[in-house]
Design a binder for this molecule. Structure first.
Ligand SMILES: Cc1cc2nc3c(=O)[nH]c(=O)nc-3n(C[C@H](O)[C@H](O)[C@H](O)COP(=O)(O)OP(=O)(O)OC[C@H]3O[C@@H](n4cnc5c(N)ncnc54)[C@H](O)[C@@H]3O)c2cc1C
Length: 289
């Protein structure tokens, strides 16, 4: 279908973009890669009266290590994550996810900021960032603020940004010694959203898991951490029994909907299996560091 009518603005800097957002309030939408927003407009699921295209703003595309964290500019395209040496070497959970987001054509346009701002539980970055304990940087009329990722996803397609704020950067803490992470996703075919996927970031002291964060993709209405699964591993020796307990906890606490990708029972059981696989892979990576 053809989208509804809208006014189009192409600000050249962030201040101009924020001023436009302030002027138009919730009638306006930021346009980043357009890979979620344009389809939603074509289906008339989104009917913004004003589009504020931030593709002309310089300085929002970067991936760099900075003061103990990885800083990712909001307009960084997925393909840049895939090709980043620092991501490959130090952020394997993010590297795993970057390879399985949509397909190469979408990844050339889609942005990391847009993926997170869209707050779609089917998107892969929300779970990845929840597992890392990332921070979102937002710019509004009164300046910049940092939002903990645990507070960012408010509801289905709803985030903690106010109407006049732009997401400018995502910060991922650099993992310490003996840490490992993994993202494991099952999709119907290459390029599809997950049936279920699991993000894990943990720290080991020999066989004992001393810190762990686990988050799930597309098995809840809001991107979620699997806190009962985390509790099943925290402070425990990793054995087949503790892995199974974590998998079962995640299967019980997720809340999938039945759809063409599968029944509720199937998605819960898949989540159980994927938690076990992702934790095992993360433990192997932690041991090799
Ligand atoms: C065929 C197809 C398959 C896909 N498969 C996957 C997949 O497997 N996994 C996955 O994770 N994603 C997938 N996607 C979604 C894709 O990754 C999207 O690009 C992403 O969800 C949104 O990024 P974008 O830059 O395109 O944002 P846009 O579509 O431009 O914007 C999305 C939303 O975020 C808001 N927004 C964007 N940037 C900002 C900002 N800086 N500040 C404030 N608000 C902002 C917009 O206003 C809009 O509401 C797929 C998309 C397609 C078309």
């Amino acid at each position: 279908m053809i989208p509804g009518e809208f006014d189009y603005h192409s600000p050249q800097n962030l201040q101009e973009a924020v001023a436009l957002l302030q002027q138009h309030g919730d009638d306006a939408k930021v346009l980043a890669g357009g890979q979620s927003l344009i389809p939603a407009m074509r289906f008339r699921l989104a009917l913004p009266e004003v589009l504020i295209d931030i593709n002309g703003i310089d300085g929002l595309e970067y991936v760099r290590e900075d003061n103990g964290h990885l800083a990712i500019g909001a307009m960084t395209r997925e393909v840049e994550l895939e090709e980043s040496a620092v991501v490959q070497q130090k952020f394997p959970l993010l590297a795993d996810a970057a390879r399985v987001i949509a397909d190469p054509i979408v990844r050339n346009r889609a942005t990391v900021g847009g993926n997170i701002a869209h707050a779609d539980p089917a998107n892969d970055h929300p779970a990845v960032m929840l597992a890392y304990g990332a921070e979102v940087i937002a710019l509004g009329p009164s300046g910049t603020r940092a939002i903990a990722i645990d507070d960012f996803f408010v509801d289905l397609f709803e985030n903690a940004l106010t109407d006049n704020e732009i997401l400018t950067e995502i910060r991922i803490p650099t993992p310490g010694a003996n840490s490992g992470g993994a993202y494991v996703k099952v999709e119907r075919k290459v390029g599809d959203y997950a049936i279920s996927a699991v993000a894990v970031q943990l720290t080991m002291d020999r066989d004992v898991c001393t810190a762990v964060r686990i988050a799930l993709t597309n098995v809840s209405a809001v991107p979620m951490r699997a806190k009962n699964a985390e509790a099943a591993l925290q402070g425990k020796t990793i054995t087949p029994e503790t892995l199974e307990a974590a998998g079962q906890a995640a299967a019980a606490e997720c809340d999938p909907s039945p759809d063409l990708r599968g029944s509720v029972a199937y998605k819960r059981d898949l989540t159980r299996v994927l938690v076990k696989r992702a934790v095992q892979k993360a433990v192997e990576r932690a041991s090799n560091r």
